[in-house]
Design a protein around this ligand. Structure first.
Ligand code: 3PG
Ligand code: MG
Length: 402
């Protein structure tokens, strides 16, 4: 179903209106400074569209998982970064409200001029946000003439700001980032360009099973790396030494191998060591010796994976989620760096490339690949995997009147 988005509402209807925009500014903050600000930058087209049309833009987000009000989780550093990004535009000023509901916030909104931006304090300072509490939903909804959701990465949550309040506002629309995410991911889920290849790494298999079940059906090749690969290799009877194994999901992995073994690519050699701190690494083929763990894919595997990703059989579509090894340690970063570079090469050769999930953007940047060398970087971690699994996304369906 097509999403109702900002451009579906008559341009003039935004003028002077309080437009409540749910964004996902859940970014990393350390010592009061925002780290990667990709999620903030992705909301700028929506914010600018609204300010240019004379809306009073009220931004709301969560940050982290605080247990009630906790200054360690204030959105103040995000307000600062947002002002730095939009501040150069004449007349645009970002203000920060020290709460997200209540009289002082209402007063602050009452003082807003058309085109102003106000960022509310962390929604999760109220337990009612995650509980989707009706009274809290009503309080939030009372701040809004129009509701916009531009936070794809939280749309798997049925919270007050992503779901409950939206149902109480007649005019509810998807922002541009939400639309872009849903367009890319739904194309990949339902109608991928062929050949369609998937690269999956990272540690946890559990979070990826739903997405993998769907992707194994649709993809031509599923390339596995990271710690996830050792569980697959164990299921095939290889020795995996001390490598991280997800024993609980071994039965699922065995079934996947039995049904889709011809599509699944696994590492054949590894960078092994006694521990991540051990710099005397050993390159091993096949079995990993007792007392050692695999921390990266080996050079023969890199060669095979890179060739598959960068494409010798025409441009198609490639999705990458999760690093190939413990890339935070330079000695184990080679697999991830090469996959990132191959993704960029595939893009330059005409493939549609998508990356998604938590630390994959960080891994890509550490590998020297820029954001403009990939067709789309999803802002979502959990949400992206849930969407691809075909799970219900309350924050999306509510925009379509459900
Ligand atoms: C994320 O970072 O995945 C989203 O912002 C959702 O956060 P949550 O997992 O704490 O709900
Ligand atoms: Mg998450």
């Amino acid at each position: 179903m097509a999403l109702r988005t900002l451009t579906d509402l008559d341009d003039k209807k935004f003028n002077g209106k309080r437009v409540f925009v749910r964004v996902d500014f859940n970014v990393s903050v350390s010592n009061g400074t925002v780290g990667e600000d990709y999620r903030i930058r992705m909301t700028i087209p929506t914010i600018e569209y609204l300010t240019k049309r004379g809306a009073k833009v009220i931004l709301a987000s969560h940050l982290g998982r605080p247990d009630g009000r906790d200054d360690d989780y204030t959105l103040a550093p995000v307000a600062k970064r947002l002002s730095e990004i939009v501040g150069s535009r004449p007349g645009i000023k970002v203000r920060f409200a020290h709460d997200c509901v209540g009289q002082p916030v209402e007063d602050e909104i009452g003082r807003m001029n058309n085109g102003d931006i106000l960022l509310l304090e962390n929604l999760r300072f109220y337990k009612e946000e995650e509980a989707n509490d009706l009274k809290f939903c009503k309080k939030l909804a009372s701040l809004a003439d129009i509701y916009v959701n531009d936070a794809f990465s939280t749309s798997h949550r049925k919270h007050a700001s992503t779901y409950g309040m939206a149902k109480l506002v007649d005019a509810r629309l998807a922002g541009f980032n939400m639309r872009k995410e849903v367009e890319y991911l739904s194309m990949m889920k339902d109608n991928p360009i062929k050949p369609f290849k998937v690269v999956v790494g990272g540690v946890k298999i559990k979070d990826k099973i739903g997405a993998l079940e769907h992707l194994l059906l649709k993809a031509d090749k599923v390339i596995i790396g990271g710690a996830a690969a050792y569980t697959f290799l164990k299921a095939k009877g290889f020795k995996t030494g001390k490598s991280l194994i997800d024993n609980e999901h071994l039965p699922w992995v065995s079934k996947a191998l039995a049904s889709y073994g011809d599509k699944i690519m696994l590492p054949t050699d590894h960078v092994a060591a006694i521990s991540p701190a051990d710099t005397s690494i050993t390159m091993v083929k096949g079995d990993i010796p007792d007392g050692m763990a695999g921390f990266d894919i080996g050079s023969e595997t890199i060669e095979r994976y890179s060739t598959e990703v960068s494409g010798t059989n025409g441009a198609g579509m490639i999705f990458w989620n999760g690093p190939m090894g413990m890339f935070e340690v330079r000695a184990f970063a080679n697999g991830t760096v090469n996959i990132a570079k191959s993704m960029a090469l595939a893009y330059w050769r005409g493939a549609k490339t998508l990356i998604g999930g938590g630390d994959t953007l960080e891994a890509m940047k550490k590998s020297g690949v820029a954001e403009n060398e990939v067709s789309h970087v999803s802002t979502g971690g959990g949400a992206t995997l849930r969407y691809l699994a075909g799970d219900e996304m309350p924050g999306v369906s509510v925009l379509n009147g459900q």
